[in-house]
Design a protein around this ligand. Structure first.
Ligand code: F6P
Length: 505
């Protein structure tokens, strides 16, 4: 039987997750990994030793180790753009020349951060979208509360409301701007940057170039636009992998250079684990295999991520780009159509509030997909009372409830024999989940966590034979938006033409 046949056969047979603990006394140990301050418990996922064996065979067949070696060696892993992907060099684990270039660029960025922390700047407005905004926003939201540097505003949307709200909190006399765009062609970012320049001019600051820092892989375009300083990063660092580069400036500005160094150190620890741990004990490999198992073989179309920690409230949005822009593809890296689903839809939120809004569907709805819970052992706040114990108890209870459910017989007792009410109170259970428990949320652990997700996405892509580093799927919509703006409407369909007329375009 081929590996594919084995996986299909296994996917067709039913599995009782709770029962799997009794069948395999080693299950918890086999499916738990501790690395870089993260305890990952994957034992409530719908996998068995047999399934893991088949997935490891798939990893062998699809040469996950070979692709990993290419990634770290700086070889081409993004064939549609003819590029390597050198985000690991930002953490010092790429090829020597790329590591050295990244270290030099970091030194420039940290010097800039130190200047902004010392020169009277009180606000840094970071203008960037997608990978040029989501990562820095996550970092600053998670770690910035106790930072002692300038306040950070992150502006992504071209909707003027976003910039206007951010600027309303700033004082033009003490505000600097980071214009962050890998390509320095993204219209949303350039529109916001131009309006920011006009805002400074309106406040009487005519020669504003010195207030603008361009962070980009296209320095000449940033210079031409008119920034006072350029912080460059390598074109081989993808946008959604760029927070490790100069794009991470807001963290260094808000929390200081040491926080940025810790972030990189945490990511490097995860890199080393990914490189060195045996496949069956390798967290990104196990998690990537489980993702492919759920989405591709069990055809589960969604993957939920719920952070039981306010500091991680932006993690689901960050992961949506990382996972969906990377692996939301329908062709393999050779251009062949994929025969099965690829990435699931990533969705999520924060606990406990999500429990009172969307968890009904998780527990009793008809769409099944793995749910990932994140919690941090130690709180970041100093509120007295039972906040944190309640938070953790709620988090851990969800995974247990999803797996164990409540039988009709139990529900009948609760419902006093009312059959209809008992049916409504029955939980099928057997719903897969994973839990990541972090020792603490500091820059080091957050770095390790984000690097874990990056490598997990990479492993899933390798298992599916797809290129996770391009994003051609966003181009057509961009092109049509440009056409719509230019009034070049004749080729649009009747519905879109009508909507454009009604919208005044
Ligand atoms: O449109 C998608 C995308 O290219 C993302 O991949 C990227 O992170 C974002 O746009 C922003 O691009 P840039 O950094 O070049 O402005």
């Amino acid at each position: 039987m081929t590996v594919q046949q084995r996986l299909r056969t296994l996917a067709a047979s039913s599995l009782n997750i709770a029962g799997a603990f009794a069948a395999d006394p080693d299950r918890l140990a086999r499916l738990s990994v501790d690395v870089a301050g993260i305890h990952a418990d994957l034992s409530k996922l719908a996998v068995t030793p047999e399934i893991l064996d088949a997935l490891l065979a798939l990893a062998q067949e699809s040469d996950v180790a070979g692709w990993r070696a290419k990634l770290f060696a700086g070889e081409i892993v993004n064939p549609s753009e003819g590029r390597s992907a050198t985000h690991v060099a930002e953490r010092g684990l790429g090829p020597g020349a790329a590591n050295a270039a990244a270290a030099t660029a970091h030194a420039d960025m940290l010097a800039c951060a130190n200047r902004l922390r010392a020169d009277g700047t009180r606000y840094l407005v970071h203008i960037g979208i997608g990978g040029s905004g989501l990562g820095p926003a996550l970092l600053v939201d998670a770690l910035g509360r106790d930072g002692d540097g300038p306040a950070i505003e992150i502006v992504a949307n071209v909707d003027g409301e976003a910039l206007s709200r951010a600027l309303s909190r700033c004082d033009p006399a003490h505000t600097s701007f980071a214009v962050v765009s890998k390509t320095f062609t993204t219209t949303e970012t350039l529109t916001n940057a131009t309006s920011a320049r006009a805002w400074l001019a309106a406040a009487g600051i005519a020669d504003s170039a010195s207030r603008f820092i361009g962070i980009t892989a296209a320095p000449e375009r940033a210079q031409a636009w008119g920034v006072g300083e350029v912080l460059a990063f390598a074109p081989s660092v993808g946008g959604r992998y760029s927070l490790w580069s100069a794009v991470g400036l807001p963290l260094a500005v808000r929390c200081g250079p040491a926080a940025f160094a810790d972030l990189l150190a945490g990511a490097a620890a995860m890199d080393r684990h990914f490189l060195d741990a045996p496949m069956a004990r390798n967290l990104p490999v196990l998690a990537g295999m489980a993702d492919v198992w759920a989405a591709r073989y069990c055809r589960q179309p969604v993957r939920g991520v719920f952070a039981y920690d306010e500091r991680l409230r932006l993690l689901p949005a960050y992961l949506q780009q990382l996972e969906m822009e990377s692996n939301g593809k329908s062709v393999t890296r050779d251009g062949a159509a994929t025969d099965r689903p690829t990435a699931a839809i990533t969705w999520g939120g924060t606990g406990t509030d999500a429990q009172h809004a969307v968890f009904q569907l998780l527990h009793q709805g008809s769409v099944i997909g793995p749910t990932e819970f994140l919690a941090v052992r130690t709180p970041g706040h100093d509120m007295t009372g039972s906040h944190h114990r309640q938070l953790l108890a709620n988090c851990l209870a969800q995974g247990a409830a999803l797996m164990c459910g409540r039988t009709l017989a139990e529900a009948l007792v609760l419902a006093g024999g009312d059959a209809a009410l008992a049916a409504a109170k029955t939980f099928t259970g057997n719903r897969p989940s994973a839990t990541l428990l972090l020792d603490r949320l500091d820059a080091r652990t957050l770095g390790a966590l984000i690097a874990f997700y990056e490598h997990r996405v990479f492993v899933a892509a390798a298992l599916m034979g797809i290129n996770p580093f391009d994003q051609w799927g966003v181009e057509l919509g961009k092109e049509l938006a440009i056409a719509a703006l230019s009034g070049a409407a004749p080729d649009f369909d009747p519905s879109t033409r009508d909507l454009m007329a009604r919208a005044g375009l």
